[in-house]
Write a protein that binds this ligand. Structure first.
Ligand SMILES: [Zn+2]
Length: 255
């Protein structure tokens, strides 16, 4: 697996931020080891520094983060049903805006889900009306953060990137349509939308995180995603072309 050190842009902020981020875990019908808790707390400190940097704030350091972990998937689905009205099949966790709390069940890779859901919590704190692609793109990016050799690294999500590479090799992705359409309610579309959302964030962070930062600032003023890209990237057309070229040429060596 390809790993990247998060240096410069994010890393400097991480070093500067020494505030301890507290995550309040609740475990229902399962045990959470102290090793898992300290692992999550370390990643979340980084996540918090990342959001602080993207939104020019320090407020994420003192966010109250609540995570409930169920041992029994049916209990988890019961909460999912209560909060969303959906059945929750095919989901591993969710963040409730109403309760400002994340819920998940303890599958073997549950720590990834914890980090994913905490990203939703942080984004909601900084940008309450963030479009869905941004919510999921950021959360999918954050869930690849891990600690290796005592360093925070992020890795490429191969399957999502491969899916986008496969698509753009057929024909370029029409990103204007992607940002304009709202097909998140269509179950069959969901995996593709996750893939593209992640690919957009991955591309922006690899190319220049400052562009993403400018975009967020512009979107925070009420502009839509396309206008924000137009403004911060130097033209939406350029962004779309560069994005398609990046994935078509598979400059990301994920195979
Ligand atoms: Zn999510």
């Amino acid at each position: 697996m390809i790993k990247y050190r998060l240096i410069s842009f994010f890393f400097l902020f991480y070093c500067a931020g020494a505030v301890s981020q507290v995550v309040e875990f609740k475990n229902v019908g399962c045990r959470i080891s102290s090793k898992d808790i300290s692992y999550v707390e370390r990643i979340v400190r980084f996540e918090s520094a990342l959001y602080n940097n993207l939104f020019n704030t320090r407020s994420n350091d003192s966010l109250h983060i609540k995570v409930t972990v169920f041992g029994n998937p049916d209990e988890y689905r019961g909460v999912f049903l209560n909060e969303t009205g959906g059945k929750g099949h095919g989901t591993n966790g969710f963040y409730s805006h109403r309760l400002n709390e994340s819920f998940l069940y303890k599958r073997p890779e549950y720590l990834q889900t914890v980090v994913h859901e905490i990203s939703h919590c942080m984004l909601a704190h900084n940008f309450s009306r963030a479009p869905r692609w941004l919510q999921e793109g950021m959360a999918e990016f954050c869930e690849t953060l891990t600690i290796e050799d005592n360093k925070i690294v992020f890795s490429a999500q191969r399957s999502r990137i491969n899916s986008v590479v496969h698509t753009v090799k057929g024909q370029p992705l029409k990103l204007r349509e992607f940002f304009n359409s709202n097909r998140w309610g269509e179950k069959a579309q969901t995996p593709v939308l996750y893939d593209i959302s992640y690919a957009v964030i991955y591309y922006l962070i690899k190319k220049n995180p400052n562009t993403l930062k400018q975009m967020l600032s512009y979107m925070g003023e009420g502009h839509n995603s396309i206008d924000a890209i137009e403004y911060s990237y130097g033209g939406f057309y350029n962004f779309e072309n560069d994005f398609n070229r990046f994935y078509k040429n598979t400059l990301v060596k994920v195979f």
